[in-house]
Design a protein around this ligand. Sequence first.
Ligand code: R5P
Length: 300
Amino acid sequence: MKLFSTGEDKHLALKVAENLGVKISPMEIFVFPDGEKRIKLNESVVGQDTFLLKSTGIPTDSNLMELFFTIDALKRSGAKSITAVVPYLAYSRQDHVFREGEDVSLSVIIKTLETLGMSRIIALDFHSIKIPEFFSIPVIHLSALSLFAEKIKQMKEGNVVLVSPDMGGVRRIKQLSVLLENVPFVTIVKDRDLKTGRIEVSNLSGDVRGKTAIIVDDIISTGLTISKASTLLLEEGAEKVYMFATHPVFAEKAGEVLQKSEAERVFVTDTINVPNNKQFAKLEILSVAKLIAEEIKENS
Ligand code: R5P
């Protein structure tokens, strides 16, 4: 088998490679003055099972192009199979038409990946449980929830309540609750203005008074959803709040928003690299490298 990865994703790829006891195969990306890119593999892949680790955080479209071009290079160079390891798959939130006249961005991404010849995808915590059904190739859908459960157990907080910051995340907290011997959970009602993107959090589905509230989400983009959620939880009587999310997209001033939020700590994973200038004191990054390496081992 051969493992490829580039740029920002090397941080995770190196840990995955270490777990697997392999080296990352060399490749080059040449960026033209206008921003266009050209990929070159610097090792033969003829007849090989190949794994390409490429996440699609900011700059999203540029990372997607790198993913597409590298799959094309692997295909043209005679790889036997191409497994795209995409820890964070962008555009997962636009997985259906919300308002008449909209596109379905995720469908475009999936069609492109499949047309290029990707044999299989390994991804983590898709935005919705339905997304694997949109692919016609095999999907290995991993989750960071087991890492979150481990961390929550280590924190030894008594009187915990899990919180989904929106109705869409209920399945996620139910799963985490099972991993934590059925700790109680509540959901927040979140409304997003589909035109402006503005969000409002309002009601809670249960009692959080005197409890340690643990918010769990798939993505942190601007940080507004979970920081507004933590304010609501404290107003409703929670004693303290922690935040957990798989994908640290960290758009705009997310770092500042989260540091200023009322949460004690913010736990994310390394599905997307968080550069130093986006890190902040309350942040702790858990690694998904072992989860990914184990899956690659089983499938190579
Ligand atoms: C939305 O449904 C997602 O699950 C996240 O809650 C959302 O993407 C977070 O975005 P932001 O951090 O910008 O509020």
